[in-house]
Design a protein around this ligand. Sequence first.
Ligand code: SF4
Length: 166
Amino acid sequence: MSASSERSSAASSPSSPPSSPASADTPWYSAGIAFSCAQCGNCCSGAPGYVWVTLQEAGQIADALSLKLSDFTRRYTRRVGSRLSLIELKGGDCVFLVRTPDGLTNCKVHDVRPVQCRTWPFWQSNLSSPKAWERAGRGCPGMNHGRIHPLPTIRTCLSANADLPL
Ligand code: SF4
């Protein structure tokens, strides 16, 4: 699992993001960005990394799995400094990644997934420049395709994940 993407690795090459002069008020993505998940699973597998989960999020996932919080954290998380991260299976799949026979993937806890996953790919590291976005898009075939996410939505994501080291 990669620290620099919801999870990451190679994939197809999306088209280039729009390029325009950037400022705090009008960032390069101010006209919105296309993204629709293709369920390839790249972001939830691959190289080791982190899926940060707060105690509140851990509680929500534990509830969804009908587990006590202490059982959930022991079984599905590891401590990294002062934070918790979901564990990975051998081979790098997120512990909650489900691979389906049709070659696609699902998340076993999709409805209660952490903010990190919920806000992908709208992370500061990806949005810092068109180049950074393009780089991230090499591992995510959903980027620059599908539904246009307007600036307010992107800003909501950035503000939701602002405390995370993404
Ligand atoms: S399309 Fe992107 S967000 Fe969806 S599973 Fe693949 S890498 Fe993850």
